[in-house]
Structure formats: C-alpha cells, structure tokens
Design a protein around this ligand. Structure first.
Ligand SMILES: Nc1nc2c(c(=O)[nH]1)N=C([C@H](O)[C@@H](O)CO)CN2
Length: 117
C-alpha cells in the first residue's frame, strides 16, 4: 500500500493533566502516516483523488486547538478516528511528541496505528 505522510506538524495548544498546563499553550509535533492507494490520483493528476496532506494538516490543527484534553492518548485516538472517517485512507499512524513535558528528555509522546473497520 502507498503512503501519504506529514512530518513534524507543529501545533500550539492547551494540553496536559496538571493545573499549570491549563494556563498556557505548549508545543506538540505530529508525524502522521496514511496508507492509501495513490494510483487514481497519479493517473489523473487530480488533487481531488488524492489524500490532500494540506487538508489533513488543517483538520489536525483545527481539532487539536478546538477542545482541550488532558492526555496525548485521548487526542491521538480522536485524530485517528477523524482521519479514517473523513479521508480516503485505510490505515493511519499518528505519533505526537510533547518536547517540553519532561525536561530531562529530548521529547516524549504517544504513537498509535488504527485501521478503517
Ligand atoms: N502516557 C502519558 N503520560 C503522561 C501524559 C500523557 O498525556 N500521556 N501527560 C502528562 C502531563 O500532562 C505532562 O505532559 C506534564 O509533565 C504526564 N504523563
């Protein structure tokens, strides 16, 4: 299967378990891989037949800033469900990193893979 991907998509948002995290935005970085058959888009040279990575990026940003959650797990599950429902992909992997969360670590985060049912 072919892959459309987005690397290091940066979003500033309110996210976190602790009270201090609900007062100021933090940086998240998303790596997203979407499995899809690109042949129809390639043969037609038609963006409407492609998984438009710009539109996926806009959707991820809009959802991430729309309603704060506490856990990265909650956010990536929501985003995976949105991408599978709204775009022509059979599988999506999302890795989200929160670099400021653990000062002693370069970054921390969560990665999931979900398939269309
Ligand atoms: N598995 C997770 N662990 C932690 C999360 C999380 O979202 N998933 N979040 C926090 C805090 O919000 C942290 O980022 C602040 O130090 C801790 N662990």
């Amino acid at each position: 299967m072919d892959k459309v991907y987005i690397s290091q998509l940066h979003v500033e948002t309110i996210i976190g378990v602790y009270d201090f995290e609900k007062e100021s935005k933090q940086s998240l970085y998303f790596d997203i891989e979407m499995l899809t058959d690109i042949s129809a888009a390639a043969q037609s040279d038609d963006i409407s037949l492609a998984v438009d990575y710009a539109k996926v990026s806009e959707r991820v940003i809009a959802h991430t800033i729309s309603k704060p959650v506490e856990l990265l797990e909650t956010l990536v599950e929501q985003l995976a469900a949105i991408i599978l429902a709204e775009f022509n992909v059979v599988q999506v992997s999302i890795c989200v990193s929160k670099p400021a969360a653990v000062p002693a670590a370069k970054t921390v985060g969560v990665e999931i893979t979900r398939k269309k049912k």
